[in-house]
Design a protein around this ligand. Structure first.
Ligand code: HSE
Length: 432
């Protein structure tokens, strides 16, 4: 039976998970593929690092070049993370004509264009299923399953930490800071949570999906990003009264010739399937012009979910090596060189606005006049009973309007003497 020699870089959580899954299901893979995956070497940071999964010392080296440049190694899995040395590792392997499997979303987000170009130049492949949404095979679905579709809409809950925090805030009526602290204690959030809660991890992932779906490389700087720090329990409660749930969404929408690519917390109808994706789970809703609406759901992170995606890429790469073919759909095909991202200022959507206003006659009329002059339509107004005092919350639901027009009007509203705190603006996504 044919054999493919695999070299791995990284013996931490992801590398250890892949090693464990390979040991458990390696023979299953062999019988399914007709190729034996022979794990030849694993480069680790240090032999004596604490690791949850024991790796035999005979397999380990601390020199990544000894893995990548070993002439026996035919396939490299980069599972080390980071964006500097990892880039060099991958480029070195690709220059040697060796296919690479990676889980490194931050690296792909920053240097994807260069890495895919290098793979093409050296007539090999870069596989990246594990970089987005862990165990959910969304890259394969977009790359192969939906090859006959134009993707018109893609909405993703792609950060488990944020989804966990928002789900608990809603269930417990708790504040962001309180839930974040507890999530850190329980290991659901990092001690330095910015990558997750400020939306950057979602930005990496949604940029990768948007690039694949629309055939041009989307630079992270062109993605509008907002995180969840400013979400208050009050807004979660008012949204719930109105029949909505707040989720951090990655949004990729084709609007004419341009593509909206953004990450922000949005109110979504409770009746929509994404509103019911709770806890650390991820989900991606994809609409294709032929297939219609589809949904992918699963664990987006963690040792086993990521290992499942890495093994799938290793299997694909092994089959490509076995048949010596590059005729399968390559992992990233640039097919839309004139593709452009829509500036957020021009993106059109509905809004939820919460104002803190002095409760006196004429205030609502002044707010409505500013919105009317900007040609912004109000779809409903709520001033809940039971908040009497110096100021009261006033919630406005707003019809479709361009972002620049809405934020301009809101900054004029914020200057009214009756407005007592900075207005809250959240977007509403109706999936239409
Ligand atoms: N920190 C990410 C999340 C997982 O919470 O989903 C890795 O991308």
């Amino acid at each position: 039976m044919q054999q493919v020699n695999l070299g791995m870089i990284g013996g931490g959580t992801v590398g250890g998970g892949v090693f464990q899954a390979w040991r458990r299901n390696g023979s299953l893979l062999t019988s399914r593929l007709g190729v034996r995956i022979n794990l030849l070497k694993i480069a680790v940071k240090a032999f004596d690092e604490p690791r949850k999964v024991e790796i035999p010392e005979a397999l380990m080296t601390t020199d990544w070049r000894a893995v990548v440049e070993d002439p026996r190694v035919q396939l490299v899995a980069e599972l080390a993370g980071g964006t500097t040395v990892a880039r060099e590792m991958i480029l070195t392997a690709l220059r040697l004509g060796k296919p690479v499997v990676t889980a490194n979303k931050a690296l792909l987000s920053a240097h994807g264009e260069e890495l895919f170009e290098a793979a093409k130049r050296h007539q090999t492949n870069l596989y990246y299923e594990a970089s987005v949404a862990g165990g959910i095979p969304i890259i394969k679905a977009l790359r192969e399953g939906f090859v006959g579709n134009r993707i018109t809409h893609l909405y993703g809950i792609v950060n488990g930490t944020c989804n966990y925090i928002l789900s608990r805030m809603k269930a417990e009526g708790a504040d962001f800071a309180e839930v974040l602290r507890d999530a850190q204690v329980q290991g659901y959030a990092e001690a330095e949570p910015s990558l997750d809660v400020d939306g950057f991890d979602s930005m990496h992932k949604i940029g990768i999906l948007a690039s694949l779906a629309h055939g041009f490389w989307i630079q992270p700087g062109s993605i509008h990003v907002e995180g969840i720090r400013r979400i208050s329990r009050l807004d979660i409660q008012f949204a719930a009264q109105l029949g909505y749930t707040i989720k951090l969404l990655g949004i990729v929408k084709k609007t004419g010739p341009r593509i909206q690519v953004s990450v922000y917390p949005a109110l979504i109808p409770d009746t929509h399937v994404l509103a019911n994706v709770g806890g650390v789970f991820n989900a991606i809703f994809v609409r294709g012009d032929v297939v219609g609406d589809t949904l992918f759901y699963g664990r987006g992170a963690g040792q086993d979910a990521t290992a499942s995606a890495v093994l799938s890429d290793i299997a694909d790469a092994a089959l490509d090596l076995k048949f010596g073919t590059r005729h399968r759909i390559p992992p990233f095909v640039s097919h839309n060189p004139r593709g452009r991202v829509l500036p957020m200022a021009r993106a059109v959507c509905r809004y939820y606005i919460r104002l803190d206003v002095v409760d006196r006659p004429g205030v609502l009329a002044r707010i409505a006049a500013i919105l009317g002059r900007a040609r912004i339509g109000i779809s409903s107004v709520i001033q809940p009973e039971g908040h009497e005092g110096r100021s009261v919350p006033l919630i406005l639901m707003i019809h479709d309007a361009p972002n620049a027009v809405m934020t301009g009007a809101l900054s004029r509203i914020a200057k009214l003497s009756a407005i007592k705190a900075a207005p809250v603006l959240l977007r509403v996504e109706t999936f239409s």
